[in-house]
Design a protein around this ligand. Structure first.
Ligand code: CTP
Length: 472
């Protein structure tokens, strides 16, 4: 078997030599082998399994590398990591594990290659390539992983109930791989996820979210989001989303299924390669306010009045529960949801320039993402309507662009600073400075004065006088 790039070939030779020196057989295992076989070169982690001590092998390998690399040792797990030419190499001794029902933390003892392959999550991840002189480069595939790779199937090497119950994070991993690789989870295995779903509660939320984010960052996140829903995991992790599922009908009037609509919106914003994670989160949560605001109004039909406002208010709790970052990402997602209908409300000739300037001011550099979200939110199957909705947004954007060119609001900085005000009136910091600054800002947004120093200065003098201040 051709072991890929020149760097990797070199690494494998060094590992092979080192292994022979310390008389331990070694193998390339895990995601590297999988990705190599599907022709996707992955450079992050290179996992080396050795039948013996991983730390000992790492130390031996380091002797062949110049300059001498730092070895990170994880004594508790018996593993070690070093870098060669920026390639991370992890060394692990083969293990046999058994688990307690109440915990994910295994008891570990030394084992054979077969023991190690048995305890891996999926057949496609249980492949090994020998680095030993008698069968160097040979693929060791006891569970038909290569055939599953070709058939695009995710299957567990052992009984799925054992594999998932041993380490319930694997249920998330199954769905994550199914999304990233666009593979199918074998039927029995999927049923086992449905059966074992509640065991996800023993996994830390950080690890669950790491997998969830990988699903969201995939090319077509809806694959994973739907599987999460179908397995029952979504109602444990993010019940706010499953509450959107379903269509109600009254007096012959139906509303759309907001869960499927959300999946479509997430896919739509994910069309950009290497997209921004938080825009995807915003798309995912953009309609969460709809379940509690839903009402049937006999003369109007279904209404979800102020769901953007209600939804945005739900964001901090969700972020806290899922241990997502509380700073800028949370504020961004909250803002995107709060403003998600604003551009639509501004469509039409009757919208004032002031309203558009306010949108530019409130959103700043995030306006571009808000427009992406609005366009992604157009999921109607009616081609004519779709065209019209998109056209409306493009027309609004033209107006936005023209106003921005003229008034430069998007990265707005007041032409008059607090210092200018203090100097002009010879006053110390006080509330009046804020009042004057706000007045200037509103006058610019309302188009009463232009966005430049001279007009703002004159207005400052006028407003100052009104507040009992005198120019000194
Ligand atoms: N593994 C496992 N069960 C887990 C995590 C990992 O059996 N809960 C095994 C799999 O054999 C996996 C290998 O450990 O291939 C390495 O794990 P990791 O680096 O987390 O995943 P990769 O498969 O390499 O994939 P990716 O890098 O895309 O996460």
């Amino acid at each position: 078997m051709n072991l890929s790039s020149a760097l990797h070939k070199k690494i494998f030779r060094i590992v092979s030599l080192s292994s022979q020196k310390i008389k331990q057989d070694s193998y390339v295992v895990g995601g590297y082998v999988r990705d190599f076989l599907i022709g996707k070169m992955k450079s992050e982690d290179l996992d080396i399994l050795t039948i013996g001590e991983g730390i000992k092998l790492a130390k031996e390998v380091s002797k062949y590398i110049y300059p001498y690399p730092k070895i990170k040792i994880f004594k508790r797990f018996g593993t070690a990591m070093l870098k060669y030419d920026n390639q991370k190499i992890e060394f692990v001794g083969s293990r046999k594990e058994s688990y307690h029902l109440s915990s994910r933390k295994p008891f570990i003892e030394l084992g054979s290659l077969q023991d190690d392959q048995n305890r891996r999550d999926f057949t496609i991840n249980a492949l090994a390539i020998s680095l030993n002189p008698d069968n160097y480069g040979e693929l060791i595939d006891p569970f038909g992983g290569l055939s599953d790779l070709k058939k695009k199937i995710l299957r567990t090497p052992l009984d799925s109930d054992i594999t998932y119950s041993d380490d319930p994070l694997r249920m998330m991993r199954a769905i994550r791989f199914a999304t990233q690789l666009q593979f199918t989870i074998e039927e029995y295995s999927f049923k086992s996820i449905q059966k074992n779903k509640n065991r996800i509660n023993i996994v830390s939320i950080e690890r669950i979210i790491e997998e969830f984010n990988k699903i969201l960052l995939s090319k077509k996140p809806s694959i994973g989001l739907f599987l999460l829903y179908k397995s029952g995991l979504l109602s444990i992790i993010l019940p706010e989303l499953t509450l959107l599922k379903g269509i109600e009908e009254k007096n012959g009037c139906k509303h759309k299924d907001n869960f499927y609509h959300t999946l479509q919106v997430v896919d739509n914003v994910s069309k950009e390669k290497d997209g921004f994670l938080w825009l995807r989160w915003a798309a995912l949560l953009h309609d969460i306010g709809k379940s509690s605001t839903k009402k049937f109004l006999p003369k109007i039909g279904w209404s979800f009045h102020s769901h953007e406002f209600v939804g945005s208010k739900m964001v901090p709790n969700i972020f806290q529960r899922l241990k997502l970052p509380k700073g800028d990402p949370m504020k961004y997602v909250k803002k995107m949801i709060q403003y998600s209908y604003k551009p639509i409300a501004l469509i039409g000739n009757r919208t004032s320039d002031t309203a558009i300037r306010r949108l530019l001011f409130d959103l700043g550099k995030d306006l571009e993402d808000l427009i992406k979200l609005c366009l992604a939110d157009i999921t109607t199957n009616n081609i004519e309507k779709r065209k019209q909705y998109k056209k409306n947004i493009y027309l609004l954007m033209e107006r936005v662009k023209k106003l921005e060119e003229r008034d430069r609001i998007q990265n707005w900085k007041s032409p008059i600073s607090g210092n200018d005000i203090m100097k002009a009136f010879r006053i110390n910091p006080c509330k009046k400075i804020g009042v004057i600054k706000n007045f200037i800002k509103d006058s610019i947004l309302e188009g009463k004065i232009s966005n430049e120093f001279h007009s703002a200065y004159l207005l400052m003098l006028k407003k100052g006088e009104e507040l009992g201040l005198k120019k000194k």
